[in-house]
Every structure is written in structure tokens, then in C-alpha cells.
Design a binder for this molecule. Structure first.
Ligand code: 3PG
Length: 209
């Protein structure tokens, strides 16, 4: 976990991706790498997820490829089999936690309340996805979590964009921000990987501002 966390903390942004077409996986991975964000959370919201993870992870070994929207142990297992290096979920499922701890695969479960964070901590989790961040108090909630749970690192996701990301990244407990604002559906549908690369570059600049 520590090595992966260090890498995520360096990259600072985890693009959330919903791919309909596996043919987009390689050019998308290339655009993200060239844009300076060699990371992807490929969500199991589409049937293409498993194959897309496999393509990205095998053809772009420099990239940190994980699986998102993982709701079941079965999906987690498929994601790991495809080469996912980390697993993200919108919520906290203790079976998935157990599976990931046993397999030694970093898992960021979604938590939005102190009670959920306590449950995650008790189950052995040290990094959570704060989701949906903007709806559940955003930066003010994160600051409160930092006081109450100083040992928990957080990846806020949900409502983060180029305008508010820099503020989120200033929070001491934030390891990285997640979001779909870089790989947006419209650009993906148009196969405009160049625009995605430029958005990635722009977002990367925000991580140091
Ligand atoms: C996710 O699954 O992490 C969210 O859908 C991403 O939220 P966003 O679309 O508001 O970035």
C-alpha cells in the first residue's frame, strides 16, 4: 500500500473513467501519460472495464491502473485478474475489504460519514474515497475529518473539477483528488484524445498551484 500511496500522492489526480469501447483504452492511456497523469480508475460501470484495465496495465506499465465502482468481491477479483493495481468503490463493503486485504491489494472504499470511516478503520483501511465529496460537505468536511481521523488519508471524489481541485489538494489529509473532469464523456465519444491530453496537462498544472 505504501508504495502505491506514494505514487498516487505524487500524481495527485486519479481520473475516473467510464469506457464504452475497449478500442479507446490504449489511446486514452497514452493521452493521460503524455498529459502528465499516468493514472486511471477504470470503472466497472461498463462492460468494457475489465478488458480496458488489461490493455492499459499491460501496454502502459508506467501507468497506475486501478478499478473503480467495484461493488462486489467478484468484480474485485476480475479487476485484479485484469491487472488492476488498486480498487475503488463508491461505498464500504466489508467483503470487498476482506478480499483486498487478503490479496494485499490497496482498496479505497467510499465513505461519506464519520461512522463509515470508523467502520473502514476497524476493518483495516487507511485510505478512503470521500464520496460524493461536494454533496457531503467538501473541503469543510475534510478539515473536520483531519482533526478527528488524523491517520486516515483521503481521496475526495464527486464534484471536483479544475476550479476547486487546488483547494482540495491543500487539505493535509488529501492524498489525491478523483474525478471524471479530465476524461469526460463528450471528448471520449468524439475520440478527441488530444483534448483529453491538454485537459490532463491543465489539471497537472493545478496540482502545483
Ligand atoms: C466517481 O465514480 O468517482 C464519480 O462519479 C466521479 O464523480 P464526478 O463525476 O463528479 O467527478
Amino acid at each position: 500500500m505504501n508504495e502505491l500511496l506514494e505514487k498516487i500522492q505524487e500524481i495527485r489526480i486519479v481520473p475516473v473513467i467510464a469506457l464504452d469501447n475497449v478500442n479507446s483504452a490504449a489511446p486514452l492511456a497514452e493521452a493521460l501519460c503524455e498529459g502528465g497523469i499516468p493514472c486511471a480508475e477504470v470503472t466497472f460501470r461498463t462492460d468494457a472495464a475489465e478488458e480496458a484495465i488489461h490493455i492499459m496495465a499491460s501496454q502502459y506499465p508506467q501507468m497506475l491502473v486501478g478499478a473503480g465502482t467495484v461493488l462486489t468481491t467478484e468484480q474485485a477479483c476480475r479487476a485484479v485478474g485484469a491487472g488492476a493495481k488498486f480498487i475503488v468503490s463508491p461505498g464500504l463493503d466489508l467483503d470487498v475489504v476482506k478480499y483486498c486485504l487478503e490479496k494485499n491489494i490497496p482498496f479505497f472504499p467510499g465513505c461519506a460519514t464519520p461512522t463509515e470511516i470508523i467502520k473502514a478503520k476497524k476493518a483495516g483501511i487507511s485510505v478512503i474515497k470521500f464520496f460524493p465529496a461536494e454533496l457531503y460537505g467538501g473541503i469543510r468536511a475534510l478539515k473536520t475529518f483531519a482533526e478527528v481521523f488524523p491517520d486516515i488519508k483521503i481521496m475526495p471524489t464527486g464534484g471536483i473539477n479544475l476550479d476547486n481541485m487546488a483547494e482540495y489538494l491543500k487539505c493535509s489529509n488529501v492524498c489525491a483528488c478523483g474525478g471524471s473532469f479530465i476524461v469526460n464523456k463528450e471528448l471520449l465519444n468524439k475520440h478527441d484524445f488530444n483534448a483529453i491530453k491538454e485537459l490532463a496537462k491543465e489539471a497537472k498544472k493545478c496540482t502545483v498551484c
